[in-house]
Design a protein. Structure first.
Length: 309
């Protein structure tokens, strides 16, 4: 994944006096899953809609493949697939009719196999309003990928879905990626972004706060690593046991829980202390900060900085 299939440079979008996106730049590599994260109003949907050719930039440039979304909508439409938060389908249209309509628009044969793949074979004749929320989301995804797009845009793809349907959708996303599809998704679900994304961009106050792999982002900042230790004799429960780099410490049942700024120092000292106290280690768990932890840290810091200005 060395070639960029999406490029956003100094992108700006305003609505009257409201600045929705202010000078954002990032790229998406071919074949990766790229997550757009941010609170409501940060500009995620505006970015997606502009890349989809729905909105016109007020500054900067956008590129999808070799296409300018603003000036080449006909060339763009067969390159991309779009699953919106709201499907916009007529309530009375059936799943089969929707598939025929979308495939005719893209000049391709109807992909009824996708309805079967997504568990909608028995719902081909059902009208859209008769489908459950999960079934509606699966149908809109089937419509978005029926023409084998190079780039797939997903806006809150698993919002309102049950666990089983989320697992199915994630599996299909991985399958599409394995076949070369680039996926860019906007989501509020930090766990989903951390699990599914190769890289993420965090937006805040209409600007780009950071971009990188989930591992890179969670490895930076002041996030504390949680260390949970259970020993046979509970030697770490003694408040006089000094362990370096620990900022917070508490007991929970048989476990001593420490929050460390330097996991190497802390774990090394914990093991040494257990040995000098002739105690026996039963369980030791290390949990690094999650993407959600880092997201909250970034947003709290930014809001705090602005609040003091």
């Amino acid at each position: 994944m060395t070639n960029s299939i999406i490029e956003v440079k100094d992108f700006r979008k305003v609505y009257g006096d409201f600045v929705a996106v202010d000078g954002i730049s990032f790229d998406v590599k071919q074949g990766e899953i790229f997550g757009l994260l941010g609170p409501n109003g940060a500009g995620k949907t505006t970015i997606l809609e502009s890349l989809e050719g729905i909105r016109t930039p007020d500054g900067g440039t956008l590129r999808v493949g070799d296409v300018d979304p603003t000036h080449e909508p006909r060339k763009l439409r067969n390159m991309i697939g779009v699953q919106l938060q709201s499907a916009g389908l007529p309530e009375s249209i059936t799943a089969e009719e929707a598939m025929k309509l979308f495939c005719a628009y893209h000049d391709t044969a109807p992909r009824f196999d996708l309805l079967e793949r997504l568990g909608l074979a028995e719902k081909r004749k059902a009208q859209f309003y008769e489908l459950s929320t999960g079934q509606q989301r699966r149908l809109t995804l089937a419509l978005a990928i029926a023409h084998d797009p190079q780039v797939l845009f997903l806006d809150e793809p698993t919002a309102g879905l049950d666990v089983a349907t989320r697992v199915e959708l994630h599996a299909l996303m991985r399958e599409l990626q394995a076949n070369g599809t680039t996926i860019i998704m906007a989501t509020h679900d930090m766990a989903e972004a951390e699990e599914m994304s190769d890289r993420v961009a965090i937006l805040l106050n209409h600007k780009l706060a950071t971009v990188g792999t989930p591992m890179e982002i969670t490895a930076t900042g002041a996030g504390l690593t949680k260390v949970s230790v259970h020993t046979k004799n509970g030697c770490l429960t003694n408040p006089t046991a000094k362990i370096p780099a620990v900022q917070q410490r508490k007991a929970k049942g048989e476990y001593t829980i420490m929050y460390s700024t330097d996991i190497g120092q802390t774990v090394t000292a914990v093991i040494a202390h257990i040995k000098t106290q002739n105690d026996t280690l039963i369980d030791l768990r290390v949990e690094r900060p999650s993407l959600e932890d880092r997201f909250l840290e970034i947003t709290d810091y930014k809001h705090g900085s602005q609040g003091g200005a």
